[in-house]
Design a binder for this molecule. Structure first.
Ligand code: THU
Length: 136
């Protein structure tokens, strides 16, 4: 499969899982397709809560699905939202993702198909990582 085909599949998967988003409060639906080094794709969507801070982003729900399946090596993240502008991962999700792949490539697609690309290292330039916990 070509990398273009793979990307198209991931965009489709992110858009499909976005439909399962539980976002009655913000009405902003997000889907995430996280491609892992094992070749599998782990999906997530945002899950909001009446206690607003308890809500979970799509990216972190995809990471949780992958880790629960035994995978922590990630190649690529595709996001889909129903916003007008391609959404970048929020700060908390950047921090969660950097734990596993500091240079993760990210593609984000808006409702009209507009897209943007970043790397996680661009979005989180000076991250706190497991190495920072190691005594000097
Ligand atoms: N959200 C995500 O799922 N991912 C992001 O990267 C940005 C924000 C969710 C959280 C909340 O449910 C809704 O979008 C509005 O902030």
């Amino acid at each position: 499969m070509s990398s273009e085909q793979r990307e198209t599949e991931l965009v489709t998967a992110a858009r499909e899982v976005m439909r399962n988003s539980y976002a009655p409060y913000s009405r902003f639906r997000v889907g995430a397709a996280l491609a892992a080094a094992d070749g599998r794709v782990y999906l997530g969507c945002n899950v909001e809560n009446a206690s607003f801070p308890a809500g979970l982003c799509a990216e972190r729900s995809a990471v949780a699905a992958a880790v629960a399946a035994g995978t922590t090596r990630f190649d690529y993240l595709v996001l889909a939202s129903d916003g007008d502008v391609p959404t970048p991962p929020c700060g908390i999700c950047r921090q969660v993702l950097v734990e596993f792949e500091p240079s993760l490539p990210i593609l984000s697609v808006a409702n009209d198909g507009r897209s943007e690309r970043w790397t996680l290292s661009e979005l989180l330039a000076h991250p706190f990582t497991p190495r920072d916990l190691t005594p000097a």
